[in-house]
Design a protein around this ligand. Structure first.
Ligand code: XIL
Length: 405
């Protein structure tokens, strides 16, 4: 109501001034107000939006690289452990937990008044060998496996209780259209194979039992936009899955869209990505961009420094970051926008073989290897600075779903 009145008043005032030929005085921006001089987190707070990064906890304590931790502290309002909250890292030996690196990250976040996204409770990757080998050799049966999962979730969520804003409870539980011969999306991976898909609802219930307040997320990639809503539409499959979980009273609070993009693909535009987030949040769920990066293929020309090949990659990367930021801004329930590393000096893209050959992809983050801003960094700032009502409104806080049944 208020908004409509002041907007109308503004239009009327502008029209009157226009008729009279008077140019309205624009308040001069103080230098400190210029977007270029502000951090990502400060610009995000204009919208109540948290801006985050995955953190490499080794780099965080590297004496020879103080810029890394300075940037984590100054640019971001939420952090995610890139690896140290994964099961293989937390419990490398059965029954012996190594909390230290994750606790260190949380202490850092608290010191810098940052929120923490917990990543990850249930995933088929980075599981400890004692667990996967035990299942493979039959020494851990299904009943014990289910008990181990419950125990793991309970221990981890309890350890970090009160310190985690959003938990990625279940990560990457479903297939991609290209991964099966018929392209039909289904459940995938170690947990579905051994326990059946009901482990998903169980995991959310166990997490909620250990922490009444943390927001509990389902997290996945390639759910940036809806397709034809047929059997090969991964986003639609996830949509139906979370809708069903909600309907059953499972305590799920949000959907995390990872946002790992690559400039060699067509990808999506901001309207498509906004529509997807809005459709998830229309179920009463929060949304978040949880692992954004936008990589490129490193051809010989790129490696040789040919700007004719480097520039279009930087521009396309910036565009992809922007698409997801605009989508997040458009959805009032999109609570945070987290990048998966902020410098090419510490980016999983450069050391992970994702099918394109090790070392042949890179340039995926906001800052180059020397922490210099790329187009993507300034583009995100511009998106945050030059957005506002009526189409971009402050965030709507999410209340933790207690679940039922
Ligand atoms: C990645 C890390 O960035 C790497 O350091 C590690 O070697 C493998 O995992 N989806 C996820 C993240 O949910 O946990 C993954 O992180 C990237 C893909």
């Amino acid at each position: 109501m208020k908004l409509r009145r002041s907007t109308t008043a503004g239009i009327v005032a502008a029209a009157v001034l226009g008729l009279a030929g008077i140019v309205p005085a624009v308040a001069t921006l103080k230098p400190a107000d210029r977007p270029a001089d502000q951090s990502l987190k400060a610009l995000g707070m204009r919208h109540g939006l948290y801006i985050g990064t995955a953190v490499d906890t080794d780099a965080l304590v590297d004496e020879s690289d103080p810029t890394y931790r300075t940037k984590v502290a100054s640019e971001f309002s939420t952090v995610t452990a890139e690896n140290v909250m994964k099961w293989s890292e937390l419990e490398p030996t059965r029954g012996t937990y190594n909390w230290e690196p994750a606790d260190r990250l949380i202490a850092f976040a608290q010191k810098n008044r940052q929120q923490v996204r917990g990543h990850v409770l249930v995933w088929h990757n980075q599981l400890p060998e004692w667990l996967t080998e035990g299942v493979a050799d039959g020494s851990i049966d299904k009943e014990e496996l289910r008990a181990l999962l419950k125990n793991h979730i309970t221990n981890v969520v309890t350890h970090f209780r009160g310190k985690i804003w959003q938990w990625d409870v279940v990560n990457e539980a479903v297939t991609d259209p290209w991964a099966t011969s018929d392209g039909v999306i289904t459940y995938k991976g170690f947990w579905a194979e051994n326990l059946g898909p009901d482990y998903i609802a169980d995991a959310f219930r166990w997490a909620r039992a250990a922490d009444r307040k943390a927001l509990l997320f389902y997290n996945d990639y390639n759910i940036d936009a809806f397709g034809d809503e047929g059997p090969s539409d991964k986003t639609f499959f996830v949509y139906k899955m979370v809708k069903d979980l909600k309907a059953k009273g499972v305590p799920i609070d949000g959907v995390g869209s990872q946002g790992h993009l690559a400039t060699q693909y067509g990808n999506y535009d901001a309207l498509q990505a906004a529509a997807a987030l809005q459709r998830f949040s229309s179920l009463g769920l929060a949304t978040a961009l949880t692992e954004v990066d936008a990589r490129s293929q490193l051809t010989e020309q790129v490696k040789a420094g040919n700007s004719a090949e480097i520039n279009p990659r930087d521009q396309a990367s910036a565009y992809n970051y922007s698409v997801l930021m605009q989508a997040c801004l458009a959805d009032r329930h999109c609570l945070s926008y987290t990048v998966w590393g902020f410098t090419d000096k510490h980016s999983w893209v450069s050391y992970t073989d994702l099918g394109d050959g090790k070392g042949n992809e890179g340039m995926a983050t906001l800052l180059d290897e020397n922490y210099q801003p790329k187009k993507a960094y300034n583009t995100l700032k511009a998106d945050l600075a030059f957005a506002g009502g009526p189409l971009v409104q402050p965030r709507v806080p999410q209340r933790a779903n207690p679940g039922r049944g």
